[in-house]
Design a protein around this ligand. Structure first.
Ligand code: A2P
Length: 331
């Protein structure tokens, strides 16, 4: 069977990558509808060997016979249009943060909690990029050793801010002033992603904390996070410190990660093998290295986790959600 698919935000960085990933994975598409704002209506895009004309998103966009709409056009667009899609029987897979913590909306990493897709009501949320890559290793470790506490420290690429962030690094490295971030990002790091909240955390930090609990179905896990923007174009890196309830054997833990679908373990320090953003850019998997015991506590481990934020952190995960719906006859 083939499906009618819309990409909302088809002219954006993630929307473009979604189209690339759909093509690479030979997604079973019948009709294809690229959508964006009025600014882009009429533009041509190439997809699966054909040329398509970008349509303006409006209240009637989902009157058509569409099976799946992949949204990546900002929170306010999703807030308004995902319910319109859902009401018309279109499954909206949404990359914004708008619906993630809604109790009627499953928040999905396909390798981690595909069972939550069963209760979807036509809106499905793609988690935050930093959360997605952490969930793939944390799920199996939580199942096996029960995670008590998580300390996340992130090193996030500028592409996570879209085209404007990318330009600030590109032009900043040539000596141009910053236009998007509050301070230069070239040759600098900023301990500030998204807006600050009342408690002194950033919204990005709170997304990691809340989304982790929702995806792992465990509100008892204690979590803290510091999220940092670094002068890297693609791939987020994370230092993740975990404290377990149970004891563990380090070799067994490494084997568990090696056997987990979606993970590549690159952990051979003798040969200087560990993941870096440059070598992970363009990959769909989550890379894990620097796996070592936290010797300051009874049972804990440190992980270095790197993934392409535009692929596994956004586009690849969204397309995998669509594939999982099809495999499980949930569409
Ligand atoms: P457009 O290019 O027409 O502005 P990015 O995050 O890379 O900036 O991309 C954002 C994407 O979301 C673009 O495709 C953009 O379309 C789209 N978009 C932004 N606002 C709207 C809107 N109100 N309706 C539809 N698409 C939108």
């Amino acid at each position: 069977k083939k499906f009618n698919v819309a990409v909302v935000g088809a002219t954006g960085m993630v929307g473009n990558k979604i189209m690339e990933v759909l093509e690479e994975r030979n997604f079973p598409i019948d009709q294809f509808y690229p959508m964006a704002s009025a600014n882009s209506a009429g533009k041509k895009v190439h997809f699966m060997g054909k040329e398509y004309t970008v349509e303006e998103l409006n209240e009637h966009s989902f009157d058509k016979d569409i099976d799946i709409a992949l949204f990546s056009a900002g929170g306010s667009t999703s807030k308004k249009y995902a319910p319109i899609a859902a009401k018309n029987g279109v499954i909206a897979i949404d990359n914004s943060s708008t619906w993630r913590m809604d109790e009627n909306v499953p928040l999905i990493v396909p390798e981690v909690n595909p069972e939550d897709l069963k209760w979807h009501k036509n809106i499905i949320a793609n988690p935050n990029c930093s959360t997605i890559q952490a969930m793939v290793p944390l799920k199996v470790l939580h199942e096996t050793y029960k995670i008590k506490r998580v300390v996340y420290s992130t090193y996030q690429a500028v592409s996570g801010s879209g085209v404007n962030g990318y330009k600030d690094l590109e032009e900043g490295s040539k000596g141009e002033p910053n236009k998007f971030y509050p301070y230069p990002i070239a040759f600098n790091i900023l301990p500030h992603i998204d807006v600050f909240e009342e408690n002194g955390y950033t919204k990005e930090e709170m997304k990691m904390i809340n989304e982790t609990r929702k995806i792992l179905h465990d509100d008892s896990i204690r979590i803290t996070a510091t999220t940092v923007r670094v002068p890297v174009f693609y791939s987020h890196s994370e230092s993740i410190n975990l404290e377990f309830e149970k004891d563990f054997d380090l070799d067994e833990l490494i084997t568990l990660l090696e056997k987990t679908p979606g993970i590549v373990v690159k952990n051979d320090i003798k040969n200087l093998q560990y993941p870096t953003p440059l070598d992970v850019a363009g990959k769909n998997e989550v890379y894990v290295g620097r796996i070592r015991r936290d010797e300051s506590i009874d049972s804990g481990v440190n992980l270095w986790v790197v993934a392409d934020n535009i692929r596994k952190g956004a586009a690849t995960n969204a397309v995998q959600i669509a594939e999982t719906l099809i495999q499980n006859n949930l569409i």
